[in-house]
Write a protein that binds this ligand. Structure first.
Ligand code: C5P
Length: 218
């Protein structure tokens, strides 16, 4: 695949609800980067399986991904806990990952011209998708902190789920995402660890910005 030259590429891996999406959006805005939340693609496929398990097939996924428009990923129903759990199951499948790979590569290396680069976040962005990224961040936080944040998000969306259920789901997803055979979540040696447990969104972004500015402008 041809890669656009002089691109700023940022890759973020993180366990669920660690604040990676929020940081990615802030980084994208500040540095004029194209943002792809790769988890949403797995959620989109996870939802396909939930609503139509009989028709679910590799051919269906291929067709859907070939015709995928970014606006489909803003669908609020993708945010539910059941879709997240389904995403985590279908994401173990190597064939599914391969189908998604091409779409993600295009976003990472050939973002729309008006952007100065790209930023992708997910589980296998540093390890598989954008191995040569200019910036690599592994964002994490204590599982209880992540569960509290996700629970509050659900509460604001008026979803009926308890803190305990959120915590249990996150632990289950962490285990599945870290222990699976393909595209498993792990921190690479060359990625920068950002622990957001005790950091506000602003403080977290400040830390990342300092690192990026140093490399970009020095
Ligand atoms: O990031 P998010 O919580 O939306 O991701 C939903 C699920 O999609 C994850 O639990 C994970 O199993 C899967 N995923 C993945 N690879 C990515 C992004 C997400 O396997 N790059």
């Amino acid at each position: 695949m041809r890669k656009r030259k002089k691109l700023i590429t940022v890759a973020i891996d993180s366990p669920a609800a660690a604040g990676a999406g929020t940081q990615a959006r802030l980084i994208a805005k500040h540095y004029n980067l194209f943002y792809l939340d790769t988890g949403k693609i797995y959620r989109y496929i996870g939802k396909l399986k939930l609503i139509n398990s009989k028709k679910y097939s590799y051919n269906l996924i291929k067709t859907k991904i070939n015709n995928l428009k970014l606006r489909y990923l803003y669908d609020k129903s993708l945010l539910s806990n059941s879709v997240a759990m389904s995403a985590s199951i279908i994401a173990k499948d190597k064939k599914v990952r391969n189908i998604v790979h091409k779409f993600q590569q295009k976003c990472a290396y050939n973002p729309p011209k008006r952007y100065d680069g790209s930023i992708l976040d997910g589980r296998d962005i540093i390890t598989v998708q954008v191995k040569d990224a200019m910036f690599k961040f592994y964002i994490t936080a204590k599982v209880e902190t992540r569960a509290r944040r996700r629970f509050n998000e659900y509460k604001n969306m008026r979803r009926k789920i308890t803190y305990k259920e959120v915590l249990k789901s996150l632990k289950k997803r962490d285990k599945s995402d870290k222990e699976r055979k393909y595209g498993a979540l792990k921190k690479t040696k060359d990625s920068i660890l950002i622990n957001s447990t005790k950091l506000s969104k602003k403080a977290c972004f400040k830390k990342i910005k300092m690192i990026m500015d140093k490399k970009l402008y020095n």
